[in-house]
Design a protein around this ligand. Structure first.
Ligand code: C5P
Length: 289
């Protein structure tokens, strides 16, 4: 995330992510799944602006379909921060949404991470990276990752984060179909695989900066379920076979789909071609902090 202190407010760009690898290792007794995933943050961002108020909490969101109440992960992050710190200073948060919701891009999760980081700074809480990541894990499985961007392997239910060196910038096109997918619904339909795929080869290729090899090793165990639940994702996968790119995959539990390109120019050309096909929202992005 990028934090920009200004005279009367704090502005944070909260990135989204894609999963280059996602494997399910088992089902846990608490209902969650044990997983191993390689996540990379990308330049498609929401923006949060924090301003001090005499008292209370307000959240305003640019997207009318996103709730501004206590269910919003941003509000949950504010409440958790108040509870843990005892701080009762007022805060106004303006959230500019660009990351599609229910897309497997972790937009809400990143907004929550940005809120924890923003309040830590504004209220001078001096919480460590470990403390922030622990609080983040209480709010959602893929929130701690956003304190270890741009690339990390996440294990457990997603909260055990090991940062990965990245030897290159990836150029991608991300397409979010009109209909999303519920993460919970996807996990409910999932069968734990008998044989699993290791994250190590793709991690190594990413470290070496070998985008071609990364793109040939893309793997997402949730994809088959999501394709069955959402015909728009199935259609994207069918069409992607003809796209000029290095490789393609669904992100997270979907419904967003991405292609890795060998250059910014190839990503721009592919993005422009897809814009005209009425597939959903198209974003030309790169891996980011
Ligand atoms: O942790 P989070 O609230 O983001 O997870 C949303 C839902 O996704 C959970 O309620 C659970 O059904 C499913 N999930 C899972 N295993 C994980 C992460 C999420 O089954 N590792």
């Amino acid at each position: 995330m990028i934090v920009r202190p200004e005279s009367d407010r704090l502005v944070i760009d909260a990135p989204s992510k894609v999963n280059l690898h996602l494997e399910i290792l088992g089902k846990r007794s608490d209902g969650y799944h044990e997983l191993e995933t390689l996540m990379v943050s990308i330049s498609l961002c929401d923006t949060l602006e924090f301003r001090e108020l005499p008292s209370g909490t307000t959240l305003r969101c640019s997207d009318p379909s996103v709730g501004e109440g206590d269910d919003n992960l941003v509000m949950r992050a504010v409440h958790l921060t108040r509870q843990e710190s005892g701080c009762q200073r007022g805060i106004a948060i303006d959230l500019t949404k660009r990351i599609p919701v229910a897309a497997g891009l972790a937009g809400g999760s990143s907004d929550a991470a940005a809120t924890l980081a923003g309040l830590n700074q504004l209220w001078d809480l001096q919480w460590s990276h470990e403390r922030l990541a622990e609080l983040a894990s209480r709010l959602g499985s893929d929130i701690p990752f956003f304190f270890d961007t741009p690339a990390a392997i996440c294990r457990g239910r997603g909260e055990k984060v090991t940062p990965c060196p990245m030897g290159t910038t990836l150029h991608l096109v991300v397409i979010a179909p009109k209909s999303g997918l519920s993460t919970k619904a996807v996990y409910q339909q999932l069968q734990v695989p008998a044989v699993t795929t290791s994250v190590e080869p793709i991690r190594l290729a990413l470290e070496k900066g070998d985008a071609e090899t990364v793109a040939t090793m893309l793997h997402n165990r949730l994809e088959d379920v999501s394709l069955r639940l959402n015909p728009e994702v199935a259609e994207l996968k069918r069409r992607a076979a003809t796209w000029p790119c290095l490789g393609h995959l669904m992100s997270g539990s979907g419904s967003a789909y991405f292609a890795i390109c060998h250059s910014f120019e190839q990503a721009q050309d592919l993005g422009a071609a897809l814009q005209s096909q009425d597939l959903g929202s198209v974003f030309v992005v790169r891996s980011s902090h």
